[in-house]
Design a protein around this ligand. Structure first.
Ligand code: AMP
Length: 187
């Protein structure tokens, strides 16, 4: 079972992805996590991505597509994967379709976790005061940019899946458990 999970920063996408992974024995493919690994290992890719990520802007489609192409061919994906934070642009979505076609991989569901913008800001502020390991991009100024980028570049991707009748939108302002139950209903 392969899924795509959408949601603006702070929507609880990562939490839901982890719960789904445990339940269905899937792997999480988070392009954000993959990029942070590159930054931490100070690879060339990581060095070029760091300042873009710190601003909350998007890393180039070509870099992301190369990472994804390699990742979905790994054997741990055979039982299914959750795409988390990808595709983030229309170009990525169209190129993903080509990749899936080539590898004869099917996406079962596309899920959007919908959360009101003010609540997102509240959540991210809370996350940055509670967590000692603060992400460089977890503060309200950068968050605003990340939400802006999400609206501009990623909302059209959500529309793309809506037009293909593949999209399931879920109210993400309920408890973590309720959101999870709604996702399970869809699956
Ligand atoms: P995330 O953890 O998904 O919020 O990603 C953190 C940051 O990594 C984003 O703000 C972007 O700078 C970058 N990033 C992650 N995924 C993508 C993607 N699919 N396309 C472009 N940039 C991405």
């Amino acid at each position: 079972m392969n899924l795509i999970l959408f949601g603006p920063p702070g929507a609880g996408k990562g939490t839901q992805a982890k719960m789904l992974i445990d339940k269905f024995d899937l792997v999480q493919i988070s392009t954000g996590d993959m990029l942070r690994d590159e930054v931490n290992s100070q690879s060339e890719l990581g060095k070029s991505a760091k300042s873009i990520m710190d601003r909350g802007d998007l890393v180039s489609d070509d870099i992301i597509m190369a990472m994804i192409e390699k990742r979905i061919q790994m054997t741990d994906c055979n039982n299914g994967f959750i795409l988390d934070g990808f595709p983030r642009t229309l170009k990525q979505a169209v190129e993903l379709d080509q990749l899936l076609d080539n590898f004869k991989i099917n996406i079962k569901n596309v899920i959007e976790i919908v959360v009101d913008e003010n609540l997102l800001l509240e959540r991210i502020n809370k996350r940055s005061t509670e967590n000692k390991n603060i992400r460089n991009d977890d503060n309200s100024v950068i968050l605003k940019n990340r939400i802006k980028v999400y609206k501009k570049d990623t909302m059209p991707v959500i529309e793309y899946y809506r037009n293909l009748n593949k999209l399931n939108a879920i109210d993400g302002m309920q408890s973590i458990e309720k959101v999870f139950q709604e996702i399970l209903k869809i699956l």
